[in-house]
Every structure is written in structure tokens, then in C-alpha cells.
Design a protein around this ligand. Structure first.
Ligand code: UDX
Length: 446
């Protein structure tokens, strides 16, 4: 496909995936029109003020200048671009199955604004969608406009906090298409990276995205389950998992135990696989167990705290970390936020701190949650503190000053991030998930 044809790109959906795709393509010299339905979000995007904390994104958008513009789907017609990337949310719907209603709306918008059918315009589904969705979208658009428009499944593998870097240098480019020309056109568009390209059918590409996230979630649940047993047996969970991960067939990433996985993808995608399995009469037992272990981690940390404090009612607890992981201000399915909510429900007096999450970023239902801007201040008068997100400010906490600020001495490490020796030297008692007595393991050497 020559560059003149690929020059105009539309990206529908200015959320995480859409913005990174739009900015990433504009950075490569393409003219990108990004669409959304939310006028407030569009106004902020035009000022390059994006809702998420993502290194380099605002600078790259600014550098792209006029090549990247933002438009309202409700006010503008579809501009007949060479490629239309659809990156709208596919939230967890009934029984865990993704809700595709926003994708359906985008197809209708494309059909409405279309004066003629053309196989020159390729629709690329970037959202995470169940197998069969691209084929359904292809039939749907054909029915709506009476012509052939190729629909390609091109799932992304972006990690929050390094999403632009992942876009520039992806681990792989996965293109699912029933139309060879469209697949090759997309491959050429992405030729700025040296990533391996897999061209396959749409269902394979769609399912591979779920497989990838599900495998990561499963590893984390494995690490959590093994860590709990290690605690019971008096073994060191981190050294044990380090030893497991050094087997090159296994590898050491995504084996870190803690409060469990969160975020916008892993929990939702595991739930979707469970739901797809039941619909296909292929029960996904490993996925169910992965979910259960993840939920158990959050319950265990509350129980650990309740045991150590001999009840939660009226106890002041500092929850350190509301983002689902460090480096982001995203609280979707965040273990820290869920733990804070459950502690409140159990009658505790909860204060929270996060390096990037401020109270205006919390859902309206969490308005009563107090978010304090300084970690030591959050510890003032606390009976206990829980580490839920391993922000450097918390991992490297000055334990002597923390001990001065706190009323009690209890630290609960929900991420295996604190050094127990440093804590005990400051007179603090550190417990981890699954234990209700202070641990005295030696620090792990690399
Ligand atoms: C994930 C996938 O990594 C990415 O490829 C996909 O496109 C979107 O979903 P993200 O949601 O940004 O990315 O988070 P990730 O960095 O993978 O972490 C997910 C969760 O697992 C976090 O809550 C993190 O704290 C937790 N985690 C991760 C662990 O508990 N232990 C680990 O060893 C690794």
C-alpha cells in the first residue's frame, strides 16, 4: 500500500489504547484523526492533557503538531481514512462476557458517514474482543452499507506506564484477517518496528490476546498460592520463587507474589475466558482457579490485618497505594482501592496515600475515602499501615520516621516489597499476606 493512501488514519476511542495508537502513529509521520464521544475528554486531549499518566505521551502528541487532531464522533462524519482503528472499551458484561455495544455503535457511525463502499478502507479492531467478533463486524458492516470492507483483528499488548514504548517496540504484531491485502497493508503501516509479525485468521488473533493476559494472570496466582504455602512452612517465598524462575524454561517475570493482579485487562480477560468456556461447553478450570486465588489474596490480607490488630473496628489503618500498580494513576480493579473499601466497611478508620492518584480520580462512590498527599502524614496516628502498590516512595519509606508518626507498630506488606530487617530495626512489626506474626527473613540477594 503506498504512503499517499495510508496517510490518513482514524482512531475511534480516546482511551488508553486509542490515544497511544493515535499518538504512536502520528509520531511516525501519519495524519491521524482521533474520535471520541466525550466533549470534555476531547477538549483536554486538544490541549494534550491526557487522562492517564503515561510517560512521553503528551510530549509525543505535542511534537506531532497538526498531524494529530481530535474530533467528536457525534458531530463529524467518518472521514474515509485508509485505516480506522477501533479502540473503544469492551467492558465486562453479563456473566463476564465482554459487552460489545460500543463497538456496534462505532460500526453504525462508520456506516452512516459512508457515501460508498470500498475495500480500500480497512477497519482494524484494536479493542480486546472475543473470537468471532471481527467476522461478525465484517458481516455487520457489509449488511449496513451493502459493500465489502475488510475488518482486521489487531490486538495490542501495551502495558500501562510503558505503553508508548510498547507501541514503538512491540514484542509482536498480531494481525488477524480473512483478507490478505488488508493484512499486508496493516503490516506495511507498522513497518517502523522490527517486531515479528504474525498474520493469521481473525479468531486466532482475538483469542491470542486473551491467552496472553490469562497466562500472565495465572502465573501471578501461581506465585501467590506458592507464597502462601511457603509462609505456612516457614520458607522464604521470594527466594523460593526466585529459584523456580531461574529455570530458563520458566523465567522470573510475573512471579511476584502480592495482593493479587488488578488493572483494566487481566481480571476482565480472565473473566471473559471463563464465560467463553461455559458458552462453548469447555469449562476453563485453570482460569476459575486463577480468579479464586486472586480474590483470596485480597481477603487474606484483610484477615491478616484483622488478626494482628485483634479486630478492625475503630482501628486507624493507612492504605499505601491506590493505583493498581506503580507508574500509573489507574484505579480500575485496583487491589489497594478494594482493600480500602473493605476496611471501611469493616469499621476501620481508613486513610490512603498514592503517588499519582488524587481524590478526583476516584469513582464517585469513594468520595468518603480520605487521600493524603504525603506518605508520612498518612501514617500519623495509624495503628497499622498496608503497602498495596510498590511505589518507590513507599518501598524506601523512612521507617524510623514512620515509627514516630504511627500510634501502633504494625506494617502489612502486600507486595513483598519492604525489607523486614529494616522494619524491625526501626521497632516496627512487619507481617506479610498469610502470616499474622512478624517475619524475620533475611533480605534476598540478587
Ligand atoms: C496487562 C498486560 O501486561 C498487557 O500486555 C495488556 O495489553 C494489558 O494488560 P497492565 O494492565 O498494564 O498490562 O498491567 P501489568 O503490568 O501486566 O500488571 C497487571 C497486574 O499484575 C498489576 O496489578 C500488577 O501489580 C500485578 N503483578 C504483575 C503482580 O502481582 N505480580 C507480578 O509478578 C506482575
Amino acid at each position: 500500500m503506498d504512503m499517499a493512501k495510508t496517510d490518513l488514519i482514524a482512531v475511534v476511542g480516546c482511551g488508553y489504547v486509542g490515544l497511544v495508537t493515535a499518538v504512536g502513529l502520528a509520531e511516525q509521520g501519519m495524519r491521524v484523526r482521533a474520535f471520541d464521544v466525550d466533549p470534555v475528554r476531547l477538549a483536554a486531549c486538544r490541549e494534550h492533557q491526557f487522562p492517564m499518566l503515561e510517560p512521553g505521551l503528551e510530549d509525543a502528541a505535542r511534537a506531532a503538531g497538526d498531524r494529530l487532531t481530535f474530533h467528536n464522533v457525534r458531530e463529524e462524519a467518518w472521514p474515509h481514512p485508509a485505516f480506522t482503528f477501533i479502540a473503544v472499551p469492551t467492558p465486562q458484561g453479563d456473566a463476564g462476557y465482554p459487552n460489545l455495544s460500543m463497538l456496534r455503535q462505532v460500526l453504525m457511525w462508520i456506516a452512516d458517514g459512508r457515501s460508498r463502499a470500498s475495500s480500500e478502507n480497512v477497519i482494524v479492531i484494536r479493542s480486546t474482543v472475543p473470537p468471532g467478533t471481527a467476522r461478525w463486524a465484517h458481516a455487520e458492516i457489509e449488511r449496513l452499507i451493502g459493500g465489502e470492507v475488510p475488518v482486521v483483528a489487531n490486538p495490542e499488548f501495551l502495558q500501562e506506564g510503558r505503553a508508548l514504548q510498547d507501541f514503538r517496540e512491540p514484542s509482536r504484531i498480531l494481525i488477524g484477517s480473512e483478507n490478505r491485502g488488508a493484512a499486508e497493508g496493516l503490516r506495511d503501516l507498522m513497518a517502523f518496528t522490527s517486531a515479528p509479525v504474525i498474520i493469521t485468521d481473525t479468531s486466532t488473533a482475538e483469542l491470542a490476546k486473551y491467552g496472553s493476559n490469562a497466562y500472565l494472570a495465572m502465573r501471578i496466582s501461581f506465585a501467590n498460592e506458592m507464597a502462601r504455602l511457603a509462609e505456612r512452612e516457614g520458607a522464604d517465598p521470594l527466594v523460593m520463587l526466585q529459584a523456580v524462575g531461574l529455570d530458563p524454561r520458566i523465567g522470573s517475570r510475573y512471579l511476584k507474589p502480592g495482593v493479587g493482579y488488578g488493572g483494566s485487562c487481566l481480571p476482565k480477560d480472565v473473566a471473559a475466558l471463563v464465560s467463553m468456556g461455559s458458552a462453548a461447553n469447555e469449562p476453563m478450570e485453570l482460569m476459575r482457579a486463577t480468579q479464586e486465588v486472586n480474590e483470596l489474596q485480597r481477603r487474606r490480607i484483610i484477615r491478616t490485618l484483622a488478626d494482628a490488630l485483634e479486630g478492625l473496628g475503630g482501628r486507624r489503618v493507612a492504605v499505601l497505594g491506590l493505583a493498581f500498580k506503580p507508574g500509573t494513576n489507574d484505579v480500575r480493579d485496583s487491589p489497594g482501592l478494594q482493600i480500602a473499601r473493605e476496611l471501611l466497611t469493616a469499621g476501620a478508620d481508613v486513610v490512603t496515600w498514592d503517588a499519582a492518584v488524587t481524590s478526583d480520580l476516584l469513582p464517585a462512590a469513594d468520595a468518603e475515602l480520605s487521600v493524603i498527599g504525603d506518605p508520612l502524614e498518612a501514617l500519623r496516628g495509624a495503628d497499622a499501615a498496608i503497602l498495596c502498590t510498590e511505589w518507590p516512595e513507599i518501598v524506601d519509606l523512612d521507617f524510623s520516621r514512620a515509627a514516630e508518626m504511627m500510634k501502633g507498630t504494625l506494617l502489612v506488606d502486600g507486595r513483598y516489597a519492604w525489607d523486614p530487617l529494616r522494619a524491625s530495626n526501626a521497632g516496627l512489626d512487619l507481617v506479610r499476606i498469610g502470616t499474622s506474626r512478624p517475619v524475620r527473613h533475611a533480605a534476598v540477594s540478587a
